[in-house]
Design a binder for this molecule. Structure first.
Ligand SMILES: Cc1cc2nc3c(=O)[nH]c(=O)nc-3n(C[C@H](O)[C@H](O)[C@H](O)COP(=O)(O)OP(=O)(O)OC[C@H]3O[C@@H](n4cnc5c(N)ncnc54)[C@H](O)[C@@H]3O)c2cc1C
Length: 415
């Protein structure tokens, strides 16, 4: 039988799930090769990166060696390399070191930060989308606090101890939750006064957490107020400098630390494809997850622009990553095995849970149930455990249990 190759570019949630589902569906078909290409040798458990920033877990606990993760999937080749060019006409990809031809291509490269062209964001701000960026932010916070403890100029010291997050979506809120809990420990360990560290969150729209109902947004606002977070809504960042964040029609915030979570767009690696583009450079797909106009190219995860019957685009989250991966894998397998194709199954989201630190959280499930506090925290742990279960990685599941459920939530890493 003629050998056929499926290339998956990107080993985030969507790429990993696609490879695993394809591996199971196509096992025993030795003429079909599945190649998973990723820039780094590890899978980043992205939904835990805020825990890295706030010292809840050690940086290495949020990444997982791809070769170990895929050990049980022996029909998947892991290729650690960066794809530099996709030639959809000739059906090959060029990586830094090789040319690989394909019969099917799955684009799972996710997004990249969007600074909307605002002056100084990429130069002085700390964009937040990858593990490396999370580690950089964590180190920067520790350096700032350490240096501020020795600073005698009160204005400079205040600015050094002021941490500003721009963006009131999931990522920004989860990072703020970690900083709230890390703050007292940093103050104590570096000999600062209580509440010497100040935290601000700046959001351009009138509210925060737009993916959740107003009730959850209100709960988080209250939690922030109780924890002295300076929440600024309807506040648009207009410029970032070395030591300040300028906000339209308001006094600038003095800080050396702007964490930018305000915007994400599709990876620019797909910009040259002869595809149909949706919002923020994402690729329009059919319900099968194949790209519009490019039948043997499938799109999964954060890169997808697909609207439900009401015209709502899929959100960029872990559920979408898993569901689009499953649909794409089933349809590629169906074509290869000459079976019936299917369209996106459960494009109904099961709900969203936001952790606001290790001890607090909010969520809304099944368009019905509002949860908060310890219930939301527990549910979030269950979601992570279920994810490892879906990946059939019992070693990571038990490691997670050990890390999260037995560790003391007040003790955060300071190195
Ligand atoms: C701090 C934080 C908290 C979050 N919290 C939540 C949450 O609580 N719940 C939730 O549902 N979602 C959350 N999200 C969003 C969620 O993590 C994303 O929606 C999800 O990770 C998207 O998966 P993906 O596979 O599409 O992309 P990614 O996870 O971004 O993976 C893309 C992969 O492709 C690789 N890649 C890119 N370009 C190339 C190339 N040219 N060659 C080779 N490899 C390439 C990258 O290195 C990466 O490994 C959070 C995100 C962040 C950052």
């Amino acid at each position: 039988m003629k050998e056929k190759t499926i290339i998956i570019i990107g080993a985030g949630f969507s790429g990993v799930f696609t490879a695993m589902y394809l591996s199971r569906k196509l096992s025993g078909n030795n003429h079909i090769k599945i190649k998973l290409v990723n820039k780094d040798p590890y899978f980043t458990y992205k939904t835990r990166l805020h825990e890295v920033i706030g010292g809840r877990i050690r940086p290495e606990e949020a990444i997982h060696d791809l070769k170990i993760l895929f050990k049980p999937y022996n029909n998947v080749d892991i290729i650690v390399d960066e794809v530099k060019r996709i030639d959809e006409r000739e059906q090959f990809v060029m990586t830094k070191s090789q040319k690989i031809s394909y019969e099917y291509l799955v684009l799972a490269m996710g997004g990249e930060p969007n600074d909307f062209g605002i002056e100084g964001v990429s130069e002085y701000g700390f964009t937040m989308w990858s593990w490396k960026e999370a580690v950089r932010i964590r180190k920067h916070i520790l350096t700032m606090v350490e240096q501020a403890a020795k600073e005698t100029d009160p204005k400079k010291r205040q600015a050094m101890l002021h941490f500003v997050i721009c963006g009131g979506g999931l990522t920004g809120i989860e990072i703020m939750g970690e900083l709230i809990e890390w703050k007292p420990q940093l103050e104590k360990n570096f000999g600062l006064q209580t509440n010497e560290i100040s935290l601000s969150l700046v959001e351009a729209s009138p509210t925060i957490l737009p993916v959740l109902p107003e009730k959850e947004s209100q709960r988080v606002k209250t939690y922030f107020a109780e924890n002295q977070v300076n929440l600024m809504t309807e506040a648009s960042v207009s410029k970032v400098t070395f030591d300040s964040v300028e906000i339209r029609d308001q006094e600038p915030l003095q800080t050396y630390s702007l964490i930018w979570t305000a915007g994400v767009k599709a990876t620019s690696d797909v910009a040259d494809l002869a595809a149909e583009f949706g919002k923020a450079g994402r690729l329009k797909t059919l319900g099968t997850m194949s790209a519009q106009n490019m039948e043997n190219i499938y799109v999964v995860g954060d890169l997808v622009h697909y609207e439900d019957k009401l015209g709502n685009p899929l959100p960029q989250n872990a559920q979408t990553a898993e569901q689009t991966a499953k649909t794409a894998a089933e349809n590629i397998a169906a074509e290869l095995l000459l079976e019936m194709k299917s369209t996106l199954h459960q494009n109904k989201q099961k709900g969203t849970i936001v952790s606001v630190g290790a001890k607090y959280g909010v969520g809304y499930l099944m368009d019905l149930v509002h949860i908060k506090g310890p219930i939301a925290v527990t549910m979030k742990h269950l979601v992570n455990l279920m994810t490892w279960g879906q990946m059939k990685s019992m070693s990571n599941l038990s490691k997670y249990l050990k890390q999260e459920m037995t560790a003391s939530k007040s003790d955060r890493y300071l190195s």
